[in-house]
Design a protein around this ligand. Structure first.
Ligand code: APR
Length: 238
């Protein structure tokens, strides 16, 4: 059925979350088994308050994530989405992920709602550095101005980048089919995109190991199946 919807749709937008990258070895945030927020409070380590008032824990957390990212790479599911973009089967990916795996796998039309862990930048002079400089002892201080260096991701307490929201809105307004892959859909405003697609008359498919908060608006829900397997199954049929 989904393969038919993919073929029928002239404009398919894929919306991905952390569940898209767990098969690459990166943990997600809220799944019952391995979610990062199960034993960590994001407000204490991943917020603007932590950046300024809990600097040690903030730096430790993001050094752990940057190291983890360097040890992992995109999986077959990312490659399939890139192939689907090439063939015109999908037009755009809106992602909540900051791992850059869609782009590394070859996807070109990607909107990163929460920025990217591939770079860090100075809070004061905005100078950007590759993420691995953050791992060096003096990498948390700006070499150019001595300011505070931080990952180029949206922290809790920050607004999403306007340009990303603008592009995501435009893409969702054109969608005839929206496929959600690996998100609990608990974080707003990102979780509003599947709903916006639905309201615009698109079909919505939610593929997620566990039920999500928005399953009731979906035309189809796929639970209990790994995304990599789901995408490979579809890829054989389209
Ligand atoms: N296949 C299918 N589903 C999976 C897989 C998999 N291999 N691995 C995990 N999942 C599902 C989990 O069941 C979970 O419901 O992916 C979902 C991921 O949900 P979250 O961990 O909440 O991640 P996400 O929705 O992307 O979170 C949004 O919250 O804390 C912020 O910045 C963080 O970008 C993140 C945002």
């Amino acid at each position: 059925m989904i393969e038919q919807w993919l073929r029928e749709s002239n404009y398919t937008v894929v919306f991905t979350g952390a569940g898209m990258s767990t098969e690459s070895g990166l943990p997600d945030f809220r799944s019952s088994l391995q979610g990062m927020w199960k034993d960590k409070d994001p407000m204490k380590i991943a917020s603007t308050h932590a950046l300024r008032h809990n600097r040690g824990a903030f730096v430790e957390f993001y050094r752990m994530r940057i190291k983890g990212l360097a040890a992992c790479e995109p999986h077959e599911g990312h490659a399939i989405l890139a192939a689907w973009e090439q063939s015109g089967l999908i037009r755009h990916i809106i992602t909540q992920n900051v791992d850059g795996f869609h782009q590394r796998a070859g996807s070109g039309h990607v909107t990163e709602l929460y920025g990217s862990l591939r770079t860090v930048h100075c809070e004061q002079c905005q100078t950007r550095y590759p993420a691995d400089t953050f791992l060096e002892p003096d990498g948390v201080q700006c070499a150019a101005c001595g300011g505070t260096v931080r990952p180029s991701v949206v922290l809790f307490g920050e607004h999403l980048p306007y340009a990303a929201l603008e592009t995501a809105d435009q893409q969702i307004s054109r969608a005839e089919l929206c496929i959600v892959l690996g998100s609990s859909l608990q974080v707003s405003p990102a979780n509003s995109y599947p709903l916006m697609a639905k309201r615009n008359g698109a079909r919505v498919v939610i593929v997620n190991m566990e039920p999500t908060e928005m399953d009731d608006i979906a035309d189809m829900v796929v639970n209990g199946q790994k995304i990599g397997e789901f995408l490979q199954q579809c890829h054989r049929q389209v």
